[in-house]
Design a protein around this ligand. Structure first.
Ligand SMILES: [Zn+2]
Length: 237
């Protein structure tokens, strides 16, 4: 399997919810910030519908704080929330515009996004938000480089990333060794303390480790104890 390109300096990660990045991709983020790359997060929602029993008005700020703490652990200090409604994100022109604007603001060479197919594993349905955000984000990578599609973004100069790497697909085209940053990724997911606490009575650090052992375990074709795979898309940038 080919290695994911790393000859770039700035990247953004676009996700639907706080915690999406920490379920595996954060191990790659930690590797990249360790190489001196500049990585920023763009979260389409604040995950305010994510904790049973906790009303959205209380949940949203708490989850934003947990996301910022997670980001800090892997060397990311810039975390942007776009304020679309958790659980009700629409794959719309408005979302494409917001994401194209974010791409133009941050001017990344690499955009990381998440599996937007109908399933996240065979037999397990992917959420409507994940489908909407992944598809809109891939479209927004093209939109950001076109001066005519979103006429209300004329204040932001056009920008074309070079790649989009989709994390969480079943049969990725490119791999990355994350052995050295596996423990950092565990710590990053553990920072979603309140969220994980509501999911299971098991201690949150143990939950985080078990999840990462699954998502960032060994992968066929990559000689590493811990690896991630991505589906890579090429753009004009
Ligand atoms: Zn999610």
């Amino acid at each position: 399997m080919e290695q994911l390109p790393e000859d770039w300096q700035r990247g953004i990660v676009i996700a639907a919810h706080p915690d999406d990045i920490e379920y595996g991709a954060a191990a790659a983020v930690a590797r990249w910030t360790g190489q001196g790359k500049d990585i920023r997060y763009v979260l389409v929602s604040s995950g305010e519908a994510g904790i049973a029993g906790l009303p959205p008005a209380e949940c949203g700020p708490l989850r934003e704080d947990e996301e910022r703490a997670s980001a800090k652990i892997v060397g990311v200090s810039e975390v942007e929330f776009l304020g679309h409604p958790d659980g009700r994100i629409e794959e719309s022109l408005a979302l494409r515009r917001d994401l194209a604007a974010a791409i133009r603001r941050h001017r990344p060479e690499m955009v990381v996004l998440f599996n937007f197919s109908g399933t996240w594993a065979r037999g397990y349905a992917n959420s409507a938000d994940h489908r909407a955000v992944g598809r809109a984000a891939l479209d927004a990578v093209s939109d950001a480089g076109n001066e005519w599609i979103h006429p209300d973004l004329t204040d932001l100069p056009i920008w074309s990333p070079r790649w989009a790497a989709v994390y969480g697909v079943a049969d990725g085209s490119h791999g990355l060794d994350v052995t050295d940053t596996f423990e950092t990724a565990v710590a990053s997911l553990t920072a979603h303390h309140r969220y994980l606490e509501a999911l299971s009575p098991e201690p949150v650090a143990a939950q985080a480790r078990a999840v990462l052992e699954m998502t960032a375990g060994p992968k066929e074709g990559i000689p590493a104890a811990h690896a991630l795979t991505f589906e890579l898309y090429y753009f004009a940038g």
